[in-house]
Design a binder for this molecule. Structure first.
Ligand code: FES
Length: 107
């Protein structure tokens, strides 16, 4: 699967990611700017906040209760439709491609 992380200013990181990998894990492993992943993927820190681009919103898993709570604690404002925790979105057969916008800051 391919994940594209768009940054402020128009630059982007495009990664080829192993199936079963979360957007947060792939970003941290590859040094993508703006994704921190402080809690290690437990939906407990919100430093992996991303805004999913429109065409991919329909392919995402439902938001769990834990994710829902943490999405109210993001540093960058939550977008009712597009905000997700990067650690809770995993690429694979059901999500072969995704593009997200990375907030300017997570802290
Ligand atoms: Fe902490 Fe996603 S890594 S909430």
């Amino acid at each position: 699967p391919t994940v594209t992380y768009h940054h402020d200013g128009g630059t982007a990181d495009v990664l080829d990611v192993e199936p079963g990998t979360s957007l947060m894990r792939a970003a941290v492993r590859n040094g993508v700017r703006g994704i921190v992943g402080e809690c290690g993927g437990q939906a407990m820190c919100a430093t992996c906040h991303v805004y999913v681009r429109d065409p991919y919103l329909g392919a995402l898993p439902d938001i769990s209760e834990d994710e829902e709570e943490m999405l109210d604690c993001t540093t960058a404002p939550r977008d009712a439709d597009r905000s997700r925790l990067g650690c809770q979105v995993v690429v694979g057969p059901d999500l072969d491609e995704i593009e997200v916008d990375v907030p300017a800051s997570q802290v």
